[in-house]
Design a protein around this ligand. Structure first.
Ligand code: FAD
Ligand code: SF4
Length: 338
């Protein structure tokens, strides 16, 4: 048993005040990740600050044609909201590719960004893990590493970020609104999650005394040519081995703009500006897609059980870009089920 206090935040300022006053406290939103981590003795918060009733549950169009998503909007409400389905179907597809209908009903948008890795050793407190216990070592480096990263790894950690939603948000270049004792700040999605380097215990650049209040989508949603392709061991209820969020803006068959983000391969959604620039001005054909895929996975390094991911990622990128160019969304596996 872990003894902990429970308190409800009355508003955002109160939530910030409470978390700033106790460095061992944690916010709880849907609880779908945090409660599991507490049951496994990975997280031992002194106090749970319940933010689930804060008024951060709206999805609204904002001046300048973007969309603001409150941090407490459940994943399923987000995926099925008309603004998202019509203008950002890449995001809707990525969300419904994740977890199960029941989990998506509970999971919040802010919590999705902050879910922890699914590395088996992170959840197993009998094994060394630098992310859980800095300086103890990384059991995955020479252990079971089939699900692990091939890009941006370090000697300290080879874990992946497990989210699907975040892969689409990276491709769409969302921004994250946060509030802390010093006030509000806006974080570009590319700067929100970090690579492990020597401090894998820090997944993101969010400070421990800050709360996510919203996610902002820019005007462009790439609603005509997009695909979220998720390769996994089972057709549902499984984390990605490799996933690809691909979005194209076409003028006839010429690519005017391209976005590609990978999931399941790194500690954060993986993008590479060179790969996207190489597609611009090219005809939307396989040769251009293959070249972009090579650039995107440049520097990939496999470990004993996951080297297959390098070729898998390359082929998935080409397939996702081909589907996007054809205006074909994700295959039938992402049927919308509430
Ligand atoms: C069996 C299972 C399968 C899953 N499969 C997938 C999958 O295939 N793809 C996928 O993408 N996800 C998957 N998930 C993960 C799921 O999407 C996340 O657990 C969920 O999004 C987390 O949201 P939550 O509101 O429940 O977070 P919580 O568990 O409440 O919180 C998670 C963390 O975020 C912090 N937090 C929450 N909200 C805020 C905020 N507003 N500001 C600051 N900190 C905050 C909490 O303190 C905690 O540290 C799966 C989960 C489970 C249990
Ligand atoms: S890969 Fe990262 S999370 Fe997994 S055991 Fe190594 S340090 Fe821990």
């Amino acid at each position: 048993m872990i003894n902990f206090e429970y308190a409800r935040a009355s508003d955002v300022a109160d939530a910030v005040r409470q978390i700033a006053a106790d460095p061992k406290a944690k916010f709880i939103a849907g609880g779908t990740n945090l409660i599991d981590l507490m049951k496994d003795d990975v997280e031992r918060p002194s106090r749970l600050i319940d933010i689930s009733r804060l008024p951060l549950n709206k999805i609204e169009a904002i001046p300048g044609d973007g969309v603001r998503i409150g941090a407490l909007v459940p994943n399923s409400d987000l995926a099925y909201h008309p603004l998202i389905e019509q203008r950002y179907p890449l995001l809707a597809s990525a969300i419904v590719a994740g977890a199960s209908a029941q989990l998506r009903n509970m999971a919040s948008s802010g919590g999705n960004l902050l879910q922890r890795t699914r590395c088996y050793y992170f959840y197993d407190t009998a094994t060394p893990c630098n992310k859980r216990e800095p300086g103890s070592g990384c059991s995955a480096l020479k252990g079971l590493n089939r699900m692990h990263a091939i890009l941006g790894t370090s000697e300290a950690c080879i874990a992946t970020h497990p989210s699907d939603m975040c892969v689409a948000l990276a491709a769409l270049e969302a921004r994250v609104h946060v509030q802390g004792p010093a006030g509000e700040r806006l974080i570009a999605f590319a700067d929100f999650h970090r690579l492990p380097e020597n401090t894998p215990q820090h997944d993101t650049t969010l400070q421990s005394n800050e709360i996510i209040t919203a996610i902002e989508l820019p005007p462009r949603g790439f609603e005509r040519n997009y695909t979220y392709l998720k390769i996994r061991d089972r057709l549902s209820y499984a984390f990605a081995l490799v996933s690809v969020a691909a979005a194209l803006e076409l003028d006839g068959e010429i690519i005017k703009d391209a976005r590609i983000a990978l999931g399941g391969v790194a500690h954060k959604p993986w993008r590479n500006a060179d790969a996207e620039a190489a597609l611009t001005g090219q005809a939307a054909h396989e040769a251009a897609f293959a070249h972009a895929a090579d650039l995107l996975i440049h520097g990939a390094k496999g470990f004993e059980h996951n080297a297959f991911k390098i070729d898998l990622a390359r082929r998935a990128i080409i397939r996702a870009l081909t589907q996007a160019a054809n205006g074909t969304p994700q295959s039938q596996t992402n049927k919308k089920i509430r």
